[in-house]
Design a protein around this ligand. Structure first.
Ligand code: S3P
Length: 423
């Protein structure tokens, strides 16, 4: 099997985190919100469906949405449980928002989501007087809407989902809330809230203050392309010899652009063409294949590249020498235990990866060779896409179990990849 060359220009779909938030903030605002380039993937559609069940009128026109906001306390109880499917973001953000509503809700999810820890949102929301019942801290979860009060919360982990859950709850609370993060996690909720209601939020250093009682006003949102989806093409373009790919209008929020810094650290041939416009920063990115140095990723780097670790592990197999990832224990509670799964599945392709309790040690530079062609995504979209790229590099065909999970964040991934394959 010859290694293909990837060439061309591509637009990857809209950012998953921003798409979720566009519906949530649009629904609780007053007036209409329009969303351009919404990500129509399973995760974001789970959020969309949940808000429809709570009485929100959302019009869909291709990738564009119009949302009729009902104000902070205008949602209605759903007659059936809200199915979060595979989406941790939907679950945790909705837990925060629903804790302070005037009705009760039930959140359910698929097998993978039902194994993921919810105590991290239940704890701070309970301190705010929220009543969230989940056996062992896992879905299904029953939320009894309550009158909440503000808290001062020092987050034990850097998690944008937890931070956003508290922000959404705090908007409905009776007093001010302050949140301190150990490290900066993605700040899309803060940025969006600042647009919808500048009086509601203040940020000083690592401390966020939420002032409740201010209405949100509907906005026009353009969702940038998802850097976490672009990551697979950045990695493919960097390691498939002779490749050159341009990815357009990629969101380059500094709390998300860790992969760009790592590519630069590795000496990759990456050109960043910034687009000058208000709102979330965007750029056209062009990657060309070339020699790569190993990277070193530490705890402080993780939040800005947390979803890119599987793709980065594959990238490291192409860099001569030892790359290291540490402080990444959060990877064990994502859609799969990503540290274990990436070690076992790339190992089947001959990658030299040592799993550590909090990271990976990857010795790269040797071509990958199939040792076992039966790969398993473990139902994890980012693992499936990483393995799909890896499959282009190897000498024999492989199969990837449950690869339809790619639809969680990127339904057209295989199609888009195919359009770039030139040989
Ligand atoms: C997300 C935050 C991250 C990320 C997830 C999306 C968000 O999770 O892994 O895919 O939209 O807030 P944590 O903040 O819990 O690490």
């Amino acid at each position: 099997m010859a290694i293909p060359i990837l060439k061309g220009t591509i637009q990857v779909p809209g950012d998953k985190s921003i798409s979720h938030r566009s519906i949530i903030f649009g629904a609780i605002a007053e007036g209409q919100t329009t969303v351009k380039n919404f990500l129509r993937s399973n995760d974001c559609l789970a959020t969309l469906e949940a808000f429809r069940q709570m009485g929100i009128h959302i019009e869909e026109n291709g990738n564009n949405l119009t949302i009729d906001g009902v104000g902070l306390l205008g949602l209605q109880a759903s007659s059936k449980p809200l199915d979060m499917q595979n989406s941790g973001t939907s679950t945790r953000l909705l837990a925060g928002l629903l804790a302070g509503q005037h009705f009760d809700s039930q959140l359910i999810g698929d097998a993978s989501l039902s194994k993921r820890p919810m105590g991290r949102v239940i704890d701070p929301l309970s301190e705010m007087n929220g009543i969230l019942l989940a056996e062992d801290g896992h879905l299904p979860m029953t939320i009894h809407g309550e009158v909440l009060h503000g808290i001062h919360y020092r987050m034990p982990i850097a998690s944008a989902q937890v931070k956003s859950a508290i922000i959404l709850a705090a908007l409905t609370a009776q007093s001010e809330t302050t949140i301190e993060e150990p490290l900066p996690s993605r700040d899309h909720s803060e940025t969006m809230l600042k647009f919808f209601s500048p009086e509601s939020i203040e940020k000083t250093g690592q401390t966020i203050t939420i002032h409740p009682g201010h209405p949100l006003q509907g906005q026009q949102i353009e969702v940038p392309a998802d850097i976490s989806s672009a990551a697979f093409f950045l990695v493919a373009g960097a390691i498939l010899p002779g490749s050159k790919i341009t990815i357009e209008k990629v969101g380059l929020n500094p709390t998300r652009d860790g992969i760009v810094r790592i590519l630069q650290q590795m000496g990759a041939d990456l050109t960043i063409d910034r687009i000058d416009q208000p709102g979330e920063p965007m750029a056209n990115l062009t990657i060309k294949a070339g020699p790569l140095e190993p990277f070193h990723i530490e705890a402080a780097d993780i939040p800005a590249l947390v979803d890119e670790v599987p793709a980065l592990a594959l990238l490291a197999t192409a860099a001569e020498g030892v790359s290291t990832i540490s402080g990444a224990e959060e990877l064990r509670v994502k859609e799969s235990d990503r540290l274990a799964v990436i070690t076992s599945e790339l190992g089947k392709l001959g990658a030299d990866i040592e799993e550590k309790p909090d990271g990976l040690l990857i010795t790269g530079g040797k071509p990958l060779r199939v040792q076992n062609p039966d790969l398993d995504s473990f139902g994890d979209h980012r693992i499936a896409m990483t393995l799909k790229i890896a499959s282009l590099l190897v000498d024999k065909p492989v199969t990837i179990k449950d690869d339809d999970c790619m639809a969680v964040s990127y339904p057209a991934f295989v199609n888009d990849l195919t359009t770039l394959i030139k040989e």
